[in-house]
Write a protein that binds this ligand. Structure first.
Ligand SMILES: *[C@@H]1O[C@H](CO)[C@@H](O)[C@H](O)[C@H]1NC(C)=O
Ligand SMILES: *[C@@H]1O[C@H](CO)[C@@H](O)[C@H](O)[C@H]1NC(C)=O
Ligand SMILES: *[C@@H]1O[C@H](CO)[C@@H](O)[C@H](O)[C@H]1NC(C)=O
Ligand SMILES: *[C@@H]1O[C@H](CO)[C@@H](O)[C@H](O)[C@H]1NC(C)=O
Ligand SMILES: *[C@@H]1O[C@H](CO)[C@@H](O)[C@H](O)[C@H]1NC(C)=O
Ligand SMILES: *[C@@H]1O[C@H](CO)[C@@H](O)[C@H](O)[C@H]1NC(C)=O
Ligand SMILES: *[C@@H]1O[C@H](CO)[C@@H](O)[C@H](O)[C@H]1NC(C)=O
Ligand SMILES: *[C@@H]1O[C@H](CO)[C@@H](O)[C@H](O)[C@H]1NC(C)=O
Ligand SMILES: [Cu+2]
Length: 613
């Protein structure tokens, strides 16, 4: 009797566990949907099953996700990345095309099948094909805790609040106009608007006497945003899927890709409604068009019968940084690194006149074969960084090493860097420095390391400054580390970390992983050049364009030109000017520019194309 009872109990326990972890199966077809996100401009968005916005996905820790993605875009490839998920043991489900998978061809279906065993919090999913998520192929992905330890904060209800910048043109048109020699300074495309919850003038309903968990996700492409709420305190409790000790703030600042969950106590009555504001970080814009609204108003509504609030401006907000936040659980700084990777960021023009982004003088160019496939098929040679190509910035990491990534910004822009497959500790993060005084990290002369550093998956690098990140290489895989300003990723601001490739080889992607490549004409074995006979022979690999001819100081030339033209017409017109379709050859552009410079006495009348400026 007693034995049977115990058996019954353990059977019950087993059943409970089975029931507790659920499998969520989704069948989604990505296809064009006409929508008007900001209420100002109608465009073709990319929705799922004929609907846009895309659905929020909610799962519990330990659940399995089976998401069948059918590419219903007749003229484009697609892919899906689950931002912030470790994908431990399932590297091939990470999503970035030509890194961990082949692009999904039109009319093909790919199954994203993975579990979320060890993470809780606010994440999101998005296309990792070009700048495609600009057209709306993105949505929040929330992992709920299953016990108190998972969510060391209490709330009555949650509200998921996505924010984003938005473009009125289709992403491929914006990309084309950006990556051209007619935009030699690499001026990033200026978004036309801000969205909250995929709309403008959004309404978030509140009931009185509640504690809300507001989950903010920046699903934007480029510009960081400030968010602040009238008359309500915000207490940060979760950052990029990491629970932090409660910290009260007046505002949030989210770069593309970042998330914050805050606790907000609602008012005891429904006497009035309140403003929730979004504001562009306009220091990231090269030019501010006069019709761009830098700050937009949304509504916290307690009472539909009461008037909507006016815009609210937060004065004297207390500033704060990542160093004010502390992950729950006294997680100490990792030891001195076993492997330090130093990356210098620059932006510059190559011989085709286009402005590119570089880590250590290399502008990432996707290989012929996805790097993961190279790692899986290179045998022992998978530990040799060369097989991943000379233009992918591949670094091989040894198992369980403490990795330190030092990024020195030799550029005047602000860059939110994101690492796939990991979170990292932020052990140093400098302020911004003036353009003529960039500062690099000095390992023998730096600020004190925090004892309990902040941990997250996306961090801002300040203009002309540096950040130092640490993590342990405990997740075999091919993980891309890149700027989440998608325009900068398109310009090549990425490296790939090849983490413990020999252990990675024991991961076996399902058949459709390879079939997906075959259907899209991508080889399923070989090095970065697609060579499977000699992994060290990279003949035919994809390479960045040749540099500009020696002595040709286009940069100075352009700088002068820009300052002149800004004076004359404002930078906006120069961008317009640069994009003029009628100008089709470099020679004519140079002549035109020279003439403008001469006309303004910037250069002498006798100067020609060979004059060094
Ligand atoms: C938001 O308000 C602006 C200004 O009133 C209006 O032009 C726009 O259509 C509104 N957008 C939405 C989505 O309601
Ligand atoms: C889709 O990807 C394949 C493989 O990389 C490529 O050859 C093809 O040009 C891509 N198609 C489009 C429409 O970009
Ligand atoms: C798409 O796939 C379906 C089912 O495999 C097939 O019937 C159809 O002909 C395909 N369409 C195109 C345009 O390839
Ligand atoms: C998803 O992966 C699990 C574990 O490998 C496997 O058991 C399951 O059959 C897969 N689902 C599908 C639909 O292939
Ligand atoms: C966001 O918009 C959707 C669709 O209108 C709505 O169902 C949802 O409640 C909104 N989210 C919040 C936080 O208000
Ligand atoms: C909210 O709580 C306060 C204090 O307990 C109470 O006086 C008030 O009636 C409550 N408001 C509502 C709408 O229930
Ligand atoms: C990049 O190239 C410049 C000029 O050739 C050189 O001085 C510099 O050392 C290079 N930087 C790196 C990190 O390789
Ligand atoms: C780094 O700091 C040390 C100690 O202050 C100093 O001697 C050294 O010159 C610095 N290195 C650089 C490259 O600035
Ligand atoms: Cu960037």
């Amino acid at each position: 009797m007693r034995v049977n009872f115990q058996l019954l109990l353990s059977t019950l326990a087993l059943t409970t566990q089975l029931v507790a972890s659920e499998t969520h199966t989704f069948h989604y077809t990505a296809e064009y949907v006409t929508a008007n996100p900001d209420g100002v401009h109608e465009k073709q968005m990319i929705g799922f099953n004929g609907k846009w916005p895309l659905p929020e996905i909610h799962v519990n820790k330990g659940d399995r996700v089976q998401l069948y993605l059918t590419n219903g875009l007749h003229d484009k490839n697609t892919s899906l990345h689950f931002h912030g998920l470790f994908q431990k043991g399932s590297n091939y489900m990470d999503g970035p095309q030509m890194v961990t998978q082949c692009p999904i061809a039109p009319n093909d279906t790919y199954l994203y099948n993975f579990t979320v065993p060890d993470q809780v919090g606010t994440f999101w999913y998005h296309s990792h094909t070009g700048a495609q998520y600009a057209d709306g192929l993105r949505a929040p992905f929330i992992i709920h805790g299953v016990d108190e330890e998972d969510e060391p904060y209490q709330y009555d209800e949650e509200r998921v609040i996505s924010i984003a910048d938005t473009y009125h043109k289709q992403y491929e048109d914006v990309t084309k106009e950006f990556l051209t020699r007619y935009n030699p300074t690499g001026a990033e495309p200026i978004p036309q608007n801000l969205l909250m919850n995929d709309t403008a003038n959004a309404t978030i309903h509140f009931d009185p006497n509640m504690t809300y968990l507001l989950r903010f996700v920046n699903m934007g492409l480029f510009v960081s945003q400030y968010v602040y709420i009238e008359g309500h305190d915000m207490q940060i409790v979760e950052v990029d899927g990491i629970a932090v000790e409660p910290y009260s703030v007046d505002y949030l600042y989210l770069t593309a890709g970042q998330r914050y969950s805050v606790l907000v106590k609602s008012k005891p009555n429904r006497n009035r409604n309140y403003a929730i504001m979004q504001k562009f970080d306009n220091t990231m814009l090269d030019v501010i068009p006069t019709d761009l609204k830098l700050e937009t108003l949304n509504y916290i509504v307690y009472n539909d019968a009461k008037p909507l609030p006016l815009a609210y401006h937060k004065d004297g907000a207390k500033s704060w940084t990542d160093f004010d936040l502390k992950p729950v659980g006294d997680i100490e700084i990792l030891d001195e690194p076993d492997h330090r990777i130093v990356l210098d960021v620059i932006m510059d023009n190559l011989g085709d006149g286009v402005n590119y982004a570089f880590f250590n003088n290399i502008s990432y160019v996707p290989p012929v074969v996805p790097s993961l496939i190279t790692a899986l098929t290179a045998g022992e040679q998978a530990v040799n960084a060369d097989v991943y190509g000379s233009n992918t910035n591949a670094f091989v990491l040894q198992p369980d090493d403490v990795i330190e990534i030092v990024i020195n910004n030799k550029d005047t822009g602000r860059h939110p860097f994101h690492l796939h497959g990991h979170t990292f500790q932020i052990v140093q993060k400098s302020e911004a420095f003036p353009d003529d005084e960039p500062q690099s990290y000095n390992e023998t002369d730096h600020s004190e390391f925090p004892k309990y550093p902040m941990i997250r998956d996306t961090v801002t690098l300040e203009p002309n400054g540096y950040v130092v990140l640490r993590f342990r290489a405990d997740n075999p895989g091919v993980w891309i580390f890149h700027c989440h300003v998608d325009w900068h990723l398109e310009q090549g601001l990425a490296v790939v970390l090849i983490e413990d490739p020999l252990a990675l080889q024991s991961q076996t992607p399902p058949d459709d992983f390879y079939q997906n490549c075959v259907n899209n004409g991508v080889p399923i074995t070989g090095n970065a050049a697609g060579n499977s006979h000699d992994f060290l022979d990279l003949t035919g690999e994809n390479l960045q364009p040749q540099p500009l001819p020696l002595g040709f100081t286009l940069k100075g030339y352009v700088a002068l030109l820009v300052s002149t033209l800004v004076g004359l017409f404002g930078l906006y017109s120069i961008v317009q000017y640069g994009l003029e379709d009628s100008i089709t050859d470099d020679e004519r552009i140079q002549k035109n520019l020279l003439n403008i410079l001469k006309a303004n006495n910037i250069i002498p009348e006798e100067a020609d194309e060979t004059t060094r400026l």
